[in-house]
Design a protein around this ligand. Structure first.
Ligand code: MG
Length: 303
């Protein structure tokens, strides 16, 4: 299943939707409520749900939605709950539980920044408040200096645990999405030189574009065989596959879970291939992970 969050005006929480094969969106809550009303019943599942809550009870929502779709089609009412392909979307996870990010997980990328290939995963955190959705602006204040894009596959955990064995690790993965680990590179470098943390260089508001969809794990046959590309203004800058990761997803999950109890809703940004480079206000940056989606964001300057 492919899930999205339909943006609503007036600060209302977004509406979760299923993305159909043709890109149109079926509003989950409204469709389930209408189906229940047709039967003169209360909905059997919560209808004010987020994409992550749907993933948490995936088989139940899948069954309920297929029944609702069938009944609403028979009643000639499905179009009432269907939104067009170009409907504005919020991020499918506007505030992840934690953003755990992996540094230098592609050897070519480590080399291009003059860094050694790490002998253990390098883990840092980005503030969950830096997330924006598809087509939302990456805001660049001039004082922050050079800002880089980093296209990445995002792993979304549907359950947690401590001391997870590599053999069990993929069982925690509920979904995948696309992430741009936007980085204030000059500030990060300056912090690294002083041996200070570089949390802020990774955590500026809007520096975590995430989306456009969540794709459930059952839709991705091999997450280590996906092409990752990034373009700026239509020009390709990054092009590799997730097969080039130094530390693969089960290793990352096992490693992280030795240190911290992983939780449902944690996301892991799995690192970026080579080809990182700067963004300039006016640019449009697009990250595509094969089979997962394309995440597009404009870059704007702010004071
Ligand atoms: Mg990164």
């Amino acid at each position: 299943m492919r899930l999205a969050n339909i943006k609503r005006d007036g600060g209302a929480v977004p509406a979760a939707a299923v993305v159909r094969g043709d890109g149109t969106l079926l509003e989950v809550g409204a469709a389930l409520r209408a189906h229940a009303a047709l039967r003169g019943q209360e909905p059997g599942l919560p209808t004010g749900v987020t994409p992550m809550e749907i993933i948490g009870r995936l088989s139940e929502y899948r069954a309920a939605l297929s029944q609702a779709e069938e009944a609403l089609t028979r009643a000639g009412r499905l179009a009432e709950f269907t939104r067009p392909v170009d409907t504005p979307l919020a991020s499918p996870i506007p505030r992840p539980n934690r953003i755990l990010a992996i540094g230098r997980n592609y050897a070519e990328h480590a080399r291009e920044l003059g860094n050694a290939v790490p002998d253990d995963p390098i883990v840092f955190q980005k503030a969950s408040t830096c997330v924006v959705g598809p087509d939302e602006a990456i805001e660049m204040p001039a004082w922050v200096g050079r800002v880089d894009y980093e296209g990445e596959l995002l792993v979304v955990l549907g359950s947690g645990g401590k001391n997870i064995a590599e053999a069990d690790a993929m069982g925690l993965v509920a979904a995948y999405s696309v992430f741009n680990d936007v980085t204030a590179r000059e500030r990060q470098r300056a912090a690294q030189e002083k041996k200070h943390p570089w949390f802020l260089a990774k955590s500026m508001d809007t520096f975590g574009p995430l989306g456009p969809h969540l794709v459930t794990a059952d839709q991705i046959a091999d997450p280590h065989a996906l092409r990752v590309t990034l373009s700026v203004n239509g020009e390709t800058r990054q092009d590799d596959t997730t097969g080039s990761m130094i530390y693969r997803i089960p290793t990352l999950i096992a490693f992280l879970s030795r240190w911290m109890r992983l939780e449902a809703g944690d996301v892991i940004a799995t690192g970026t291939p080579s080809g990182v480079g700067p963004l300039t206000p006016g640019d449009v940056v697009e990250v595509t992970v094969e089979g997962v989606g394309t995440l597009r964001n404009p870059v704007v300057s702010v004071d």
